[in-house]
Design a protein around this ligand. Structure first.
Ligand code: ZN
Ligand code: ZN
Length: 422
């Protein structure tokens, strides 16, 4: 009985590796053979005329959400040989995730979803550079990560996060591909700067639901847990496949579903493509024309120091603007007290929002603009609640400077630095 029929695919690289180490090997022959062996993994893709594996190897992809859709998205990116991945998700793995997430195992329960997805991606494609972050995309992700990325893929379940991605991606002139699933159905949409965006597609009903979520500014996290949607691994796999396929097209500069949405109905397997209209009055179309790199990070830069620097250049009336509201105090009307709290608004739980003396919900005092007379100018931006590697805006009239805390690049991008990070 011959069980040990070793397939040649496993032997060839080993022989070539030994050839590679021999200095005497004729140069031309060595390069040709090594290339052939290395690229064998992606051989079937290259039979597609326009396919350029090198583009995928160099591609930088930001994946937001590592749930049912995120698992399928990252699985596909790894199989396709995408070289650089940043994945962010707030949650830890729960037992009920195991039925919809191809990369999760029972032993992973309790671990951050983003970390497990990152590990699994490298298991599939060990040459992939991967960084993960357990955090909230709305409040924790510096815009520098969007600037780093070529394309953004969303696997989310709420409008607040979609809107945050939409605004960030358009500010940095990056396309993003949204996916949504419910029951057996789903939709994949491609939004590219210059065209219609996610906010352009939002209906009155969408805004109502978003405002409901926002009205309890301190409750977003608690509310999020209530909005569970019925989803299946099959719809996740269909929609994520469309999303990643669109990303491949974008990365090849091919025509894609830009400004359109693919709607899929699982009970009948009907589908159609909807075309969206750009609304010129939409708030999401603000674009950062030029981003300046600050050598320092958000945790090394004091508000006062940066403000005086930009005022020397742009004028004494220059203000600093953040991308999110930052909490500066919690006020209790009943007790007439105010507690100083510096944090991004979305990171305060309902319990923390209540007055420790009387138990009433306190009012948040927030800021998104620094005018120069604040009592906390000696704090660093990070101490105030600005995410690492964020991009803030210095504004004087219609003059704007967008300043990236590039000193945080290494800490935030991790293994994605320095290689393709430079
Ligand atoms: Zn828009
Ligand atoms: Zn009170």
């Amino acid at each position: 009985m011959v069980i040990e029929q070793v397939r040649p695919g496993y032997r060839i690289p080993r022989q070539l590796n030994s050839l590679e180490q021999r200095d005497m090997t004729p140069e031309g022959l060595r390069i040709e053979n090594v290339d052939e062996a290395r690229e064998d993994r992606f051989h079937r893709f290259k039979l597609i005329g326009w396919w350029d594996q090198e583009r995928l190897r160099n591609a930088r992809v930001l994946v937001v959400g590592a749930g049912a859709l995120g698992n399928e998205i990252v699985k596909n990116l790894a199989l396709l040989g995408v070289g650089n991945l940043f994945v962010i998700d707030l949650d830890a793995i729960e037992h009920s995730n195991l039925s919809r997430s191809v990369m999760f195992r029972a032993r992973d329960e309790g671990r951050p979803k983003a970390e497990v997805v990152a590990e699994a991606a490298r298991d599939i494609y060990p040459e992939m550079n991967v960084q993960w972050c357990q955090g909230n995309v709305v409040y924790d992700l510096g815009l520098g990560v969007y600037r780093w990325a070529d394309v953004v893929l969303g696997g989310l379940d709420n409008r607040e996060a979609r809107l945050a991605i939409n605004r960030a991606a358009f500010k940095l002139n990056r396309p993003w591909i949204d996916g949504a699933i419910e029951r057996l159905d789903g939709v994949a949409r491609v939004f590219s700067p210059g065209g219609p965006c996610y906010e352009c597609t939002m209906s009155k009903e969408d805004w109502k639901l978003l405002e409901m979520r926002r009205s309890c500014a301190l409750l977003t996290r608690d509310q999020m847990l209530m909005g569970k949607v019925a989803t299946t691994p099959t719809s996740a796999s269909i929609i994520a496949a469309i999303q990643v396929q669109e990303a491949v097209k974008l990365l090849h500069d091919l025509d894609s579903l830009c400004g359109k949405g693919y709607h899929f109905f699982g009970l009948t397997h009907d589908s159609y493509v909807a075309e969206y209209t750009r609304k010129e009055e939409c708030y999401s179309h603000d674009k950062f024309d030029r981003v300046l790199s600050l050598g320092k990070g958000a945790s090394q830069t004091q508000l006062r120091a940066l403000l005086s620097h930009v005022r020397a250049e742009l004028g004494a009336d220059t203000v600093l603007e953040f991308n999110n509201d930052i909490l500066t105090a919690l006020k209790c009307r009943q007790c007439a007290t105010a507690e100083t709290v510096f944090r991004s608004l979305g990171k305060v739980s309902e319990r923390e929002g209540r007055c420790p003396a009387c138990g009433q919900a306190r009012e948040p005092e927030t800021t998104s603009t620094i005018y120069g007379d604040e009592r906390y100018l000696d704090l660093t931006f990070h101490e105030l609640g600005v995410p690492l590697f964020d991009i803030i805006t210095a504004r004087s009239g219609s003059d704007r400077w967008h300043i990236e805390f590039s000193g945080d690049r290494r800490e935030v991008l991790g293994p994605l630095c320095p290689g393709p990070c430079a």
